[in-house]
Design a protein around this ligand. Sequence first.
Ligand SMILES: C[S@@+](CC[C@H](N)C(=O)[O-])C[C@H]1O[C@@H](n2cnc3c(N)ncnc32)[C@H](O)[C@@H]1O
Length: 456
Amino acid sequence: MAEFDKVNASFLGWLETNGATVSSSISLQDYSAEGAGRGVVATADIAKDQELFSIPRPLLLSPLTSDLSQKIDLTHLEGWNPLLLCMIYEHCRGSASQWSPYFDILPLEFSTPMFWTQEELKELTGTGIVDKIGREDAEEAFKENLWPLIEGHPELFPVTDKNQAAFMKIFHRMGSLVMAYAFHDSIPGKDEDEDMDEDDDEEEEEEKVNVSMVPMADMLNHKTGFNNARLFHEKDCLRMVSIKAIKAGQQIYNTYGDLCNADLLRKYGFVDVPNPFNIAEISGESLVAKCVSENDKGKDQKVEFLLEQDALEDYFILESDGEIPEEIIGCAKILMMPIEEFETSVLKGKKIPSTKLTTEVQKVLREILEAKLAEYPSSSKDDKQLLKQVPETEEARRKHNAVIVRSGEREIVQSVLDKVKKWRPPVPVAASNGGKQKGGAKGAPPSKGKKPYQKK
Ligand SMILES: C[S@@+](CC[C@H](N)C(=O)[O-])C[C@H]1O[C@@H](n2cnc3c(N)ncnc32)[C@H](O)[C@@H]1O
């Protein structure tokens, strides 16, 4: 039996022995030729609303199920850290761990930019990914939060002198698995029927959500627009159910969310074409830098005000419809405002300027968007050529994916820029003779269709 099939058989046997049920109409399939690793395929026609598999809660890997929680106090750890430490612990136990056949089916390597070389990362220049990879921050957080617990418990973790680097490697594998494979699991609550106000409800909801690894549910791939299965979180088990009829031979897809290609690549290491959820981003920093000079005495005051109002974003989103975001216009107007006007009208009177475009904001936006386009490491024409090549190696696939991300973003930036360039200040009602453009009237277009005060 080939290694791939052996691992599958051992994993499926482990699921069954531990009370999971898997429909005979599905099986694990090798999609690595498409760069998608394992996936789940329908081996017979499946109707809508059919159970594909059911996983009993004790098979989930989380701080609720790993006995590390009984050995170390994990309650002071935040975010993913409790789960990460449990995964590192279970991994270190090797075949003694209940989840050993599960670890065997999970990948050792990842295509996410976290593991790209500096040279490969250059391909992502200008995209929304570069600032968000966070490898150094993750490593710092590991050293600060997890390493002391690992080092302090040699009876639980096989620590030898100075093997932090080996644990860092395991940490990166587990971090990547949590990022791309884990689920937010919510256990249907006992208090569900109780009368609670909205705030209590939200708190309750937050309390019940656990980040967990869900064997088998995480074998489903994602394809934008092709989602045909959904995971239901029940009291005793998690059930994957078909949400559409699925034909024999079709792949069964979960959804990882409505994600743009930059997020798909950063979190999961792949991209989707076409992807209607693509966006581009303009940093708040670049907007501030363009609108207000370093030595403008009102700069800090204005920035502080906009931050207090939640108006100044780290990143402003440009959507694929190419619309000019109103929030950017509003922020730009305040940033460019003379300090006296800001203090009397905005600060005192709390009068926020409208989010209608003006000639001044148009100029600034144009410069920001042009600068954004210039950041990408190649031209649109070059990228179109590159995309004609079919990637055959992992390296070629990484580059190809980077080109897809930046082309998608560039297209959006370009379409917003086109709109900005096309915009013309509205003709004042008085000047346009109430909108009726009679020959020779003030504001009527000259014969070549240009309004008198239009800029080129
Ligand atoms: C939840 S796992 C799915 C199982 C995974 N394919 C495996 O072999 O273990 C998520 C990972 O699957 C891969 N994946 C999912 N959908 C994909 C797709 N449409 N194209 C390429 N890779 C995909 C990515 O590597 C992603 O990080």
